[in-house]
Structures are given as C-alpha cells and as structure tokens.
Design a protein around this ligand. Structure first.
Ligand code: PFF
Length: 464
C-alpha cells in the first residue's frame, strides 16, 4: 500500500515539503500586517506561545494520525474511528479538510498569481516607474490590476497549472523535488534580503518593534487572532500535515520533525517582518502598512533604494516560491482523497481536482473587480467579506480550520487512546519524555483555546 501511495525519500524530504506547506502567504503577507495592526512585541510573544502550546501539539497529532494509518484524512479518520464512540462519523473531519483545501486553494492561487505579475513588472522596470508615485501604484493595484478580469484569471490559471504539475508527479518525484529546489532558494533570498535590510536605517527600530513587548497594547482580540493565525500558517486543521505525515517512514521522530517545522515557520515569519519593517521605517513616505503592504507599500519603498528592480524581482519571486509549496499541499489533500477513497490514479486525481478547483477559482479571480477597499481582501480575515473570494476566505479561516483543529485535538486526545498515541510517537524517537506534557496540551489546552475562537466567531465578535 505504502509503495503505491508514495513516500518521502527520507526525513529531509518530509521536513522540506512540510515546511514548504507551512511557509506561504500567511508568513510573508498576513503575519507582517497583523503584527503591525497589533502593535508588535507583545503580539509576537503571544503568537510564539500559541505556536508552542497549541500549534505544535496539533501538528504532532496530525502527523501521528497520518503515519499510523498511512492514509489520507477521510480514510484515516474512518479507519481509526471505526470501533470508537462516534464511529464512522469521524470521517467527517477528513471531509471537512478536503472542503477546506478546496476553498483555500481556490482563492490562495489567485493571490499567488499576483506574484507572477509583480515579478514580471519588476523585471521590466515597470513596477519601479509606477512606484515612483505611491498614490499611482495604489490606483494601479486596486483600480486597474484587480479589476482586470482576464489578467486575474490568467495568472490564477497559470499558478494552478504549476501546482497541478507538481502534484501530478507524485510525492517523491513532484512535491518533494519542488520543495528541495525551492526551499533552499527561498532561504537564500530571505537571507539576502535580511542582510540588505540590516544596512537600512530602519533596522533597529524594526527590531525594537518586534521584540520589545508592550503588554498594555494587547487585547483579547489580538490573542485570538494570534491563535487563528498559528493555525493557518502551520497548515493545521485541514489534514495537510496529516496527509504529508502519511508518507513518512517509521524511522522518523514525529515530535522532533514537528518542532523543526514549527520553528522554521516562525523564524521565517519573523524574518519577513524584519525585512518589511526595516525598509518601511527607512522611508519617510507615509505608506500603508495594512493588507496592501505587499503589493503597494513594498515596491514604493524599494523604489527609493539602490538596485530597486533587482530586489523587487527577487522579493516577488520569493513570495511566489513560498506560495507554490503551499498550494501544492492544498491540492495534495484534495487529490489524496480521490486516490485513497475513490480509488483514482494519481494522474486522474490531480488533473480532475486541479481543474475543478481552477475553474471554481475563476469566480474568485473575477470577484475582485471594483473592490476599491482593499481591506476587503483579508487573507485570513475574521469578518465575512464581500464576494466569492471573501466568502471562501471567511469560511475556511473562521470555520473549517478551527473546527477541524478542534475535532482533531478531541479525537487524538480523547478517542484514540494513550497507548496508541504513545506507541506511535516513540517510533523513530525512542522514549518520548515530553509525552505527558503533549497529552495534556492536546486534551485540554488545544481544545479550549481553539474552542474560544469558535465561540467568538459564533458570537460574531469582530476584533480586528
Ligand atoms: N500555511 C500556508 C501559509 O501560511 O500561507 C497556508 C496553508 C497551506 C494553509 C496549506 C493550510 C494548508 F493546508
């Protein structure tokens, strides 16, 4: 079975692919602007605490279920839940994941497509020309580019094409290969940009903003937002880590791998903040630091610095790479369902699912026109925003991921049984001394914390 489903070549293959799934627009776009909105320092600390106390334990849980069953989410929960309370109903957790993968991918790929356009604009020098006038770039992005339906559709389809091709070639031959090429490049580009930003005059201020906490600025809203973001950024709650975990061997330590993935993801999000805030701080123009930060502010500031076109181009390339390794994991969740549950071949599964999502995403691509208020485009927004794009985003980040995460924590913590989870976590690890702490976190802390997000969404609290 494992042979025909595919497997990573080893530990490194898994870590790179899973880190690739985790690092994406969430780290490079969403995290900097929510950090700004929530006043830096204290929010960063709370976010790190959420990753450690909730995200990391749930990641262990997902990978554990994946490896134990060697199946994709729907079959995995069906199999493990069979003789347990709730029985076959647990397969619903897997279905929720497939639905989430479908909806997130259908809009994520639209935004990811923008990076192709922006890389092109940077290379031709056009972006620099536009950015010379900040208001002009704002109008270009919001008024012209987003409203240009055919361009939106074209870039979205291009990105879906890239995603589908990678998944088509399978776990080792496609997904892992792409991650092995793109992840080191991504790291290299980030390092170049961090070094570059450290030479700018705004670097120290950025460091202070990020690492000097002021707890008086913290609200309950910020805490819940940090938690919600931890989910999205670590690709949790929809079975992506479960699916990737189903391709690992018994010789890999799950706690260690999950820790490394969470750590990488967090470090990269902080590096992205450091880069963006440094260059923004070094500029004297009054720029927006909200959700448009990536597509209007950054080019405006780069335009004032030496070698602007080059840095702009590698910057958008970096974001495109990060997004691609994430879209691949989203499609893999949906495809692996068709492979394991419907018995399709990988080729049929990826082409069919990739095409259906691409077509559905066209609605998202076309729903952006006339959206002059860019705050509507809020990648993991808490409010229900306009259009198909906003609805998909709202459903996924407010409902699918938190509810999925909550149920996964309940299942692994309360239903699966300590003997099974303990045994699985010792494989490839040896005696797992942190088991008791993990078990406590997954039984109590994670469900309570995620439950708080769900309750706050039900109560309709808006706390951005
Ligand atoms: N973790 C990705 C990001 O931060 O951009 C988004 C994502 C990918 C969410 C895969 C969920 C997922 F299954």
């Amino acid at each position: 079975m494992a042979e025909s489903r595919g497997q990573w070549s080893g530990r490194m293959g898994f870590i790179l692919a899973a880190t690739g799934s985790a690092i994406g627009l969430g780290n490079l776009w969403k995290f900097p602007y929510i950090t700004h909105e929530n006043h830096g320092g204290a929010f960063v600390l709370v976010y790190i605490a959420m990753v450690l106390l909730v995200g990391f334990p749930i990641m262990i849980a997902e990978v554990l279920v994946g490896r134990r069953t060697q199946l994709s989410p729907v079959s995995a929960f069906r199999k493990l839940g069979k003789d347990k309370p709730g029985g076959a109903l647990w397969a619903g957790v897997g279905f929720l994941g497939v639905l989430a993968g479908f909806s997130i991918l259908s809009y994520y790929s639209v935004v990811a497509g923008w990076t192709i356009h922006y890389t092109w604009l940077s290379l031709t020098g056009e972006l620099n020309r536009l950015a010379a006038d900040p208001a002009g770039l704002q109008t270009y992005f919001g008024g012209e580019f987003l409203a240009n339906g055919s361009q939106q559709v074209m870039y979205h389809l291009l990105f879906m094409g890239l995603t589908t091709s990678a998944v088509y070639f399978g776990v080792k031959g496609g997904i892992e290969k792409v991650a092995k090429i793109l992840m080191p490049m991504l790291l290299l580009i980030l390092l170049i940009l961090v070094v570059y930003s450290s030479t700018t005059s705004g670097f120290n201020e950025a460091l202070r903003f990020l690492f000097k906490p002021d707890f008086s600025s913290l609200t309950t809203g910020s805490i819940l937002e940090a938690l919600g973001h931890a989910f999205f950024t670590l690709s949790l709650g929809m079975g992506a880590m479960l699916t990737y975990g189903s391709y690992i061997g018994k010789d890999i330590s799950i706690p260690r791998a999950a820790f490394q993935i969470s750590l990488f993801d967090t470090v990269i999000a902080l590096m992205a903040c450091l880069i963006m805030f440094s260059i923004i701080n070094s500029s004297d123009i009054d720029v927006s630091k909200s959700s448009t930060i990536l597509f209007t502010t950054i080019p405006t500031v780069f335009a004032q610095l030496p070698a602007a076109s080059f840095f702009n181009a590698i910057f958008y390339l970096l974001i495109g790479f990060a997004a691609l390794t994430s879209t691949i994991s989203l499609l893999e969740v949906v495809s692996s369902y068709a492979i394991d549950d419907l018995g399709w071949t990988r080729k049929r599964a990826t082409i069919t699912m990739g095409s259906v999502i691409a077509v559905f995403g066209v609605l998202n691509a076309l729903s952006l026109g006339g959206n002059d208020s860019l705050t509507n485009i809020n990648l993991v927004g808490r409010e229900s925003t306009a259009g198909v794009f906003g609805t998909m985003d709202y459903l996924a980040s407010n409902w699918f991921l938190p509810v999925g995460g909550f149920l996964i924590a309940l299942f692994v913590g309360w239903i699966m049984g300590a003997r099974d989870t303990f045994e699985e976590l010792e494989k490839g690890h040896g005696y797992f001394s942190g088991y008791k702490i993990w078990h406590f976190l997954i039984r109590f802390v994670a469900p309570l914390a995620v439950g708080a997000i769900i309750v706050s969404v039900i109560l309709g609290r808006e706390y951005q």
